[in-house]
Design a binder for this molecule. Structure first.
Ligand SMILES: [Zn+2]
Length: 264
């Protein structure tokens, strides 16, 4: 029963933050419910877990809002989902962290702190890369073939986005260590970089690519912004951003846990 009060307070704070993000348009209604659940789980795991989750959430939401109109105009013809994040998007980015928090509650093994923070670092690195890269501009290039891509297409990388990716991984690693999780910055940042790289590679290969039948543009939209229908021309059918994000955060989580366990 000793844990009942902090968990209740945590649930109220998590609901408050998720509600504010819903009113601000960062989360949809289902996204806010999923975020409140993750926040409550983090609060149950301990104040350091909650603090790192809040640091991740606030920094990523702030970067998403940075120059939102300019970014939306640049990716209007490519990205499938914009605006408020729904529950699938929240869980694609947060489920691995939630699993790690639950495992930490059961085992108190420090490796789960690295796993959880590594998942957030991977998600942050990818989000920072996408948001800063789209905002700054420059021609994205395919992560494997180096051919130019339209802004917003998965698997594209830019110089500014790559620098932001490194910053996002290191900042979440520093938050994990500085805010009191039993995890060091190095394994968490390593997980973040591995996860973000996996996101780009899977986005360029596994993720479904579509072509507009009317104007011929490559896009991730089922109905193109121009009004034309699109058909699948590559990748695995039905594999969208959420699946790729879930796999990439899992890569980040496992990498961080592996590096932390090896470092002892
Ligand atoms: Zn079109």
């Amino acid at each position: 029963m000793a844990a009942f009060v902090p968990v209740t307070v945590g649930a109220v704070v998590a609901a408050g933050i998720a509600g504010a993000a819903w009113r601000a348009g960062s989360l949809s209604r289902s996204g806010a419910a999923a975020a409140a659940l993750l926040g409550t789980l983090a609060a149950a795991a301990g104040p350091a877990w909650a603090a790192v989750l809040i640091a991740y959430f606030v920094s990523s939401s702030a970067l998403s809002r940075l120059g939102a109109a300019r970014k939306a105009s640049r990716t209007a013809g490519t990205v499938a989902k914009g605006g408020a994040r729904d529950a699938a998007q929240v869980l694609a980015n947060g489920a691995a962290f939630g699993v790690a928090a639950g495992a930490w509650l059961l085992t108190r093994d420090a490796v789960w702190a690295a796993v959880g923070a590594g998942a957030l670092a991977a998600s942050a690195a990818d989000t920072w890369a996408t948001e800063v890269g789209t905002w700054v501009g420059g021609t994205p290039r395919h992560v494997l073939t180096w051919r130019p891509l339209d802004a917003g297409m998965s698997g594209g990388v830019t110089v500014a986005g790559s620098l932001a990716m490194i910053a996002g991984a290191v900042v979440i690693g520093a938050c994990a260590e500085g805010l009191g999780l039993p995890a060091r910055v190095e394994p968490v940042a390593a997980g973040g970089l591995a996860g973000a790289l996996a996101d780009s590679v899977l986005g360029a290969t596994l993720q479904e690519r579509r072509r507009c039948e009317a104007c011929g543009a490559l896009t991730e939209q089922v109905r193109h912004a121009c009004g034309g229908d699109t058909r699948a021309v590559g990748g695995a059918g039905g594999v969208g951003n959420d699946v790729v994000n879930a796999l990439a955060t899992a890569v980040g989580a496992v990498t961080a846990g592996w590096v932390a366990a090896r470092a002892g």
